[in-house]
Design a binder for this molecule. Structure first.
Ligand code: C2E
Ligand code: MG
Ligand code: MG
Ligand code: MG
Length: 283
């Protein structure tokens, strides 16, 4: 029975696939105009120092609200931006926006260690990236050491000259973190040769802490720290996860337990709640 139907599978899309193609086409058309229509915003999620509870920084996360479609999640629109090369101008806008915002916070006395921005493989492969990044830093007058770029483990493995690319970023003076660490089959000894500051343990491992998954998390934290990386746990949602991570001396955490991503206006309050004057910034 299956065999007699097999031939059709090459010729026709299922109704579901047709729907998805239509949806993606609609998204693409709207995304092409989204930047000039000012439909993108950036929200910010605190990165928390687990040793002292202070806000070490923020991760910038892109949001898209279209008047007709409403809010579309990044998991849906980022792949489309990437497919059509639109992530290059949009990613440049995000970097500019975040650097300008971070500088503004610093001028208000909010001295976080870093603002972390996700960059996609296409941006790094472009060839112009380092040059554009320098321009943005110069224009916004943000000291490069306050900017961190998040590159996924998959991207590191995917771009041919990752080592040269990361060297050029190090030369500029920005920091680098490896996002979604643990999902990409890279070896820590390979990553150790690259100029990387932080490993962000993927949320899926933190989820596993609720189901006897301590062993892997524990191993990543200890190997990472022995190799002199800062280790951050993504997606902390409950106190049990937090207390285990603290016990294992994981350096930093991020997740709904501390705060969801928030509008830029909310960051000063969150910062002042945890980073009281008199306490040393960071560490
Ligand atoms: P990511 O870089 O790993 O970001 C973390 C994601 O986990 C964010 O989802 C964040 O809202 C979510 N998250 C944080 N804490 C928790 C938690 O405790 N529980 C749960 N369930 N989720 C949590 P978001 O904002 O939907 O972004 C998804 C992905 O989209 C990001 O994953 C990143 O890969 C990509 N992305 C977002 N903004 C940008 C951007 O400006 N440029 C690029 N290239 N990619 C971006
Ligand atoms: Mg990230
Ligand atoms: Mg991540
Ligand atoms: Mg992730």
């Amino acid at each position: 029975h299956a065999k007699s139907q097999g031939g059709n599978q090459y010729c026709f899309n299922t109704p579901d696939q047709n729907m998805e193609m239509q949806r993606n086409y609609q998204l693409e058309m709207k995304l092409r105009k989204a930047l000039e229509n000012e439909e993108f915003t950036v929200v910010y999620q605190p990165l928390v120092n687990l040793n002292n509870g202070q806000m070490a920084g923020i991760e910038a996360l892109l949001r898209w609200h279209n008047p007709e479609l409403g809010s579309v999640p990044p998991s849906e629109f980022i792949p489309i931006l990437e497919t059509f090369g639109l992530i290059i101008p949009v990613g440049r806008w995000v970097l500019y926006e975040v650097c300008r915002q971070m500088k503004a916070w610093q001028q208000q006395g909010i001295m976080m260690e870093r603002a972390s921005v996700n960059v996609s493989p296409l941006q790094l492969k472009g060839g112009n990236f380092a040059c554009e990044l320098k321009e943005i830093l110069t224009e916004t007058q943000l000291d490069p050491s306050y900017l961190e770029l998040e590159i996924t483990e998959g991207t590191i493995l995917q771009i041919k000259d990752s080592s040269d690319t990361l060297d050029s970023l190090q030369e500029i003076g920005v920091k680098v973190s490896i996002d979604d660490f643990g999902t990409g089959y890279s070896s820590l000894s390979y990553l150790k040769q690259l100029p990387i500051d932080t490993l962000k343990i993927d949320k899926s491992f933190i989820d596993d802490l609720d189901a006897d998954g301590e062993f892997l998390v524990n191993t990543i934290i200890h190997m990472g720290k022995n190799l002199k990386f800062k280790v951050l746990a993504e997606g902390i949602e409950n106190e049990n996860q937090l207390s285990y991570l603290k016990q294992q001396k994981c350096n930093e955490g991020q997740g709904y337990l501390f705060s969801k991503p928030v509008q830029k206006e909310e960051i000063p309050n969150l910062y002042h709640q945890t980073n009281r004057p008199g306490l040393p910034a960071g560490k």
